[in-house]
Design a protein around this ligand. Structure first.
Ligand code: ZN
Length: 127
């Protein structure tokens, strides 16, 4: 078992958002590593709650990250210019809030937050 601190990002598969999210989690939450679960437009998938096989897959990967790496934080991500979720920012922010609720409903005993990556690839927390 590692003594390093982990967070878990449920991030888009988009290559442009990987490093910004990992760096943000390291800087803001003081973690050593971020486990990354990727899907195209995960905020949409988690907000809609329709695609059961994908939801089950995300949940299974979260269990590994939380139980085996003792991750203390789950971050759900949405971003500008998302090919998997090509909708406006306002809608995506709503989806992020809803997606965080979905993750919280799974009962992991860790904090869950939402993150938005803007058109400058800057990360901000979605309250
Ligand atoms: Zn995307």
């Amino acid at each position: 078992m590692s003594s390093k601190k982990f967070a878990t990002a449920i991030n888009c598969m988009d290559g442009r958002v990987q490093i910004p999210i990992i760096e943000w989690l390291k800087n803001k939450y003081g973690v050593d590593y971020a486990d990354v679960i990727t899907e195209p437009g995960p905020n949409k998938i988690l907000a809609e709650g329709k695609n059961q096989p994908v939801l089950a897959s995300i949940k299974k990967r979260l269990e590994i990250s939380v139980n085996k790496h003792n991750s203390g934080l789950i971050a759900v991500v949405g971003h500008y210019d998302c090919a998997g979720n090509p909708t406006e920012e306002k809608t995506q922010l709503k989806q992020i809030r809803s997606a965080v609720k979905t993750v919280k409903s799974w009962g992991f005993k860790v904090q869950a937050i939402g993150l938005w990556v803007d058109d400058n690839w800057k990360v901000c927390e979605v309250k």
